[in-house]
Design a protein around this ligand. Sequence first.
Ligand SMILES: [Zn+2]
Length: 126
Amino acid sequence: MASRLLLRTAFRAATSCRFARAPALSRCMAAGGIPTDEEQATGLEKVIMNAMKEGADPYNMMKPKNYAGSKADPHLVPSITNKRIVGCVCEEDNTAVVWFWLHEGEAQRCPSCGSHYKLVPHELPH
Ligand SMILES: [Zn+2]
């Protein structure tokens, strides 16, 4: 009984109100669904999404590829300058990291384990 009275009151309020009719939504609902992340992304997020589709990694967000670390297949270290500091965990279960500067040019070796590292130029997309 109380719910019927409440429903009737709500119906009267809705029909007497001038703004009872809401204008039709013209965006996502009219298209038939919820927009995807790609449709909503703008600015830097869109640049990153487009680069990821092409397989590029403009901000080094992905896990680095595995290299042998030998002279023929050195670890490639991207850098926007001509040098970069590198930390090498020489063995898998080491708790200490060996830090050293890697300069542009030929591949350099880790002073502790001898793995080869090579600096490669990297351009930021903006
Ligand atoms: Zn090392």
